[in-house]
Design a protein around this ligand. Structure first.
Ligand SMILES: *Cc1c(COP(=O)(O)O)cnc(C)c1O
Length: 414
């Protein structure tokens, strides 16, 4: 029996973070700029390569927001967003007064379907007379999207791509780091991501001029005068020098973290190989090199799991993931779209054994808040949501933990 609780993905410090944070205090750089911000950006630029420039920001959500702004997205515009994602990919579209148009996934990567993307573009042009302003594919759970095909569609219609690589830091397609293919690339350093700054994000930019423009909007759009002069609306989105100090410490273990996630994925793969009805999501071909931020499985609807009769018997207390203590009244037991009973029963069995797991992200086109948004769907993400579960990964999860998790899964099968 295991006594500690095993979480989905937790931050893990390198031991170097406090050196950089202490230096910020010692030199009185406790502000949203400074040597750690510059150093962290330089580390990230070296890591992603391709001659890209990086701006450190207060959150990945802020990075999505500013990338869309820089693509010229404004009121009345449309932006094509992968439906199978976390809400931070699409919410900033609405901050700008624009409308997200959701595009479903293809079954190999679980990410944006390039054929459906093209169908959506043609149909939006036919219906509105204008092309959407940007395309946002998402590296869900770290898995690379089919960026070669997405780029060729995007180029055909002259639409910029904003890669949401928030979950895919260090994932590669054809050996190239995600976030460096499109015009902009989004990274997140939230507490549960591949590395953390406690909270933070970054935007990968094509060149120094684009970086300058993003920094301008991230610091309240102050014009170059000896007094505050504002000719555009800006945001307070720069990363603090304290958070960047944590980031610099984390950069010293980024490669180790990625290697550990991949090692756990390989172990899940070996241990789950003989378990019928449980399918691990893997790289579809050697062109894809996921960081396996989270390891994910789908359950065959025929698989019977103990305790299915108790699934959805009681309302869950509190919101999922990182929102502890933030409860919003009015939650019931069921919604119009929910995971199959065997998935919920397995989640409960793992929970009872001290293991956190979580259904796959609920597609945005099924979210009530986006009921009015156009969507181009093929059933793939909806089926994945009904059948899938995220399993723990990350530097706080050991190989013994994975053995325990897989044994618990086997024991839960009826
Ligand atoms: C985490 C995440 C973001 C950005 O998140 P922040 O929490 O604001 O840093 C964006 N997109 C996806 C898909 C994410 O998972």
């Amino acid at each position: 029996m295991n006594n500690k609780r095993i979480y989905l993905c937790l931050a893990h410090m390198s031991g170097r973070e406090m050196d950089f944070v202490q230096e910020a205090f010692d030199t009185n750089w406790v502000v949203p700029l400074g040597p750690n911000v510059n150093g962290f950006e330089a580390d990230l630029e070296a890591f992603v390569g391709e001659g890209k420039k990086v701006v450190a920001l207060s959150a990945g959500t802020a990075a999505v927001h500013l990338a869309l702004l820089a693509c010229g997205v404004g009121p009345g515009d449309e932006v094509l967003v992968q439906s199978f994602t976390f809400c931070a990919s699409s919410h900033p579209v609405t901050y700008l007064g624009a409308t997200p148009v959701f595009v479903d996934s293809e079954p190999e990567t679980w990410n944006m379907d390039p054929d459906l993307l093209e169908t959506a573009i043609r149909d939006r042009i036919a219906k509105t007379g204008r092309a959407p302003k940007a395309i946002v594919p998402v590296a869900l759970y770290g898995m690379p999207y089919r960026i070669d095909r997405i780029l060729s569609v995007a180029d055909r219609y002259g639409i910029p791509v904003v890669e949401d690589a928030a979950e895919g830091l260090g994932s590669r397609f054809d050996g190239q780091v995600l976030g460096t293919f499109g015009r902009y690339g989004v990274l997140s350093f939230n507490g549960n991501k591949m590395i953390t700054t406690s909270g933070g994000g970054a935007l990968i930019c094509p060149d120094a001029a684009a970086k300058q423009e993003i920094m301008f909007y991230a610091t309240q759009a102050r014009e170059a005068y000896p007094y505050y002069q504002h000719e555009r609306i800006g945001y307070n989105y720069r990363m603090s020098n304290i958070c960047a100090g944590i980031g610099r410490g984390q950069m010293t273990v980024l490669d180790d973290h990625i290697a550990h996630h991949k090692k756990l994925q390989a172990l899940y793969s070996a241990l789950l190989a003989g378990v019928p009805g449980v399918t691990l999501h893997e790289n579809p071909s050697p062109r894809y090199d996921s960081n396996f931020w989270l390891c994910t499985v789908t359950l065959s609807p025929e698989l019977r799991v103990k305790g299915e009769d108790k699934a959805y018997a009681a309302a869950v207390q509190g919101a999922v993931g990182g929102a502890a203590g933030v409860t919003h009244a009015g939650g019931g037991v069921h919604t119009a779209h929910e995971p199959n009973r065997n998935v919920e029963a397995l989640r409960m069995a793992l929970d009872a054994a001290g293991i956190e797991s979580r259904p796959l992200w609920k597609p945005m086109h099924l979210q009530p808040v986006y009921a009015a948004a156009p969507a181009y769907v093929n059933g793939v993400s909806e089926a994945l949501f009904r059948t899938g579960l995220c399993l723990p990964s990350g530097p706080c999860v050991s190989e013994d933990d994975v053995r325990y998790i897989v044994q618990t899964i086997k024991d839960a099968i009826a």
